[in-house]
Design a protein around this ligand. Structure first.
Ligand SMILES: Cc1cc2nc3c(=O)[nH]c(=O)nc-3n(C[C@H](O)[C@H](O)[C@H](O)COP(=O)(O)OP(=O)(O)OC[C@H]3O[C@@H](n4cnc5c(N)ncnc54)[C@H](O)[C@@H]3O)c2cc1C
Ligand code: FES
Length: 267
């Protein structure tokens, strides 16, 4: 059985500087590992001497045996160090952890706030060429300067119904819309018979749930990827408890049928 507590090393194949404080690290993995993951799962990435932190995998699961990508936003000391790494440097990694998003068997609505688009990008890359489903994407961000994956959106507009909502009007360009992601959802006719996957700052979750319920989407069809400080990543240390469950082991993705009973996510 694979030991999830054992760290391995991955070499940085390239770095994409997304914004002043966000970088995407493309990590080469040892081929013999046969690494595989499900969109929405995360890995623990670290630097010896500085610790490790959970990061969602943002690349296509189909490419996992060769390489994976993680997008890191500078929050504290470790993520600042990760943002300074260059091609050829090594990081430690463990995982994948968590449940990930459910299998995609129907239309899809993806809602991201800020860097929350990172794990959703794995869902997009895996499903964007499918002809049997429609994908509608809403991305909310403060302004164009903090928007990540900018270079991907023109291409995405060809296969998906994409709305990028920027809260700061002065920087609007490339056809982005003005205002909050909630307004963008409110104004749009949502694709029918869809599952909704959401990832973003905690503060947006109850307002997103409210508008989706108002638009007739059932709690069981709404999936939210949650974040909390983690230590072990395997359901031992209790740091990431949420109700009767653990984000690291039972999540990070939970359906709203479960979350609607947790105070923080109630509407
Ligand atoms: C399942 C999961 C997936 C994640 N995916 C990503 C990702 O794809 N990209 C990314 O940039 N970040 C992601 N994060 C958040 C990331 O793990 C934290 O930003 C990181 O642990 C901060 O480490 P640090 O040592 O640099 O900062 P610290 O010194 O540990 O923290 C700096 C500040 O950030 C706050 N903080 C730390 N961790 C979290 C957290 N999990 N949630 C909310 N606030 C926190 C602290 O309270 C503190 O104020 C994810 C977290 C989880 C739980
Ligand atoms: S991080 Fe230790 S229980 Fe979840």
């Amino acid at each position: 059985m694979e030991n999830n507590l054992k760290q391995k090393f991955a070499k940085i194949v390239s770095v994409v500087k997304e914004t002043v404080s966000v970088s995407t690290l493309i990590l080469g993995l040892p081929e013999q590992d046969n690494f595989a993951f499900r969109a929405g799962q995360f890995v623990m990435i670290g630097i010896p001497g500085f610790g490790e932190c959970p990061l969602g995998i943002s690349s296509n699961p189909a490419d996992a045996q060769k390489q994976i990508s993680v997008t890191v936003r500078q929050a504290g000391e470790l993520t600042e160090k990760l943002n300074q790494l260059k091609k050829g440097d090594c990081v430690t990694f463990r995982g994948p952890f968590g449940n990930g998003f459910p299998e995609v068997a129907s239309n899809l609505i993806l809602i991201a706030g800020g860097c929350g688009i990172a794990p959703l990008m794995a869902v997009i890359l895996e499903n964007q060429k499918r002809k049997d489903i429609k994908i509608q994407i809403f991305i909310g961000c403060k302004d164009a300067a903090t928007l990540i994956y900018k270079e991907k959106y023109k291409q995405l507009q060809k296969t998906c119904d994409l709305s990028v909502a920027l809260e700061q009007k002065s920087l609007l360009k490339f056809g982005f819309i003005s205002g909050s992601v909630i307004n963008a959802i409110a104004k749009k006719k949502l694709v029918a018979d869809a599952k909704v996957f959401i990832c973003g700052p905690e503060a947006m979750y109850s307002s997103v749930a409210k508008i989706l319920l108002e638009k007739g989407i059932a709690p069981k069809d709404i999936y939210m990827s949650l974040e909390k400080r983690m230590h072990c990543g395997v359901g031992v240390c209790e740091h990431c408890a949420i109700g009767t469950k653990y984000i690291c082991k039972d999540g990070p993705v939970f359906d709203y049928e479960f979350l609607k009973n947790i105070d923080k996510y109630k509407i």
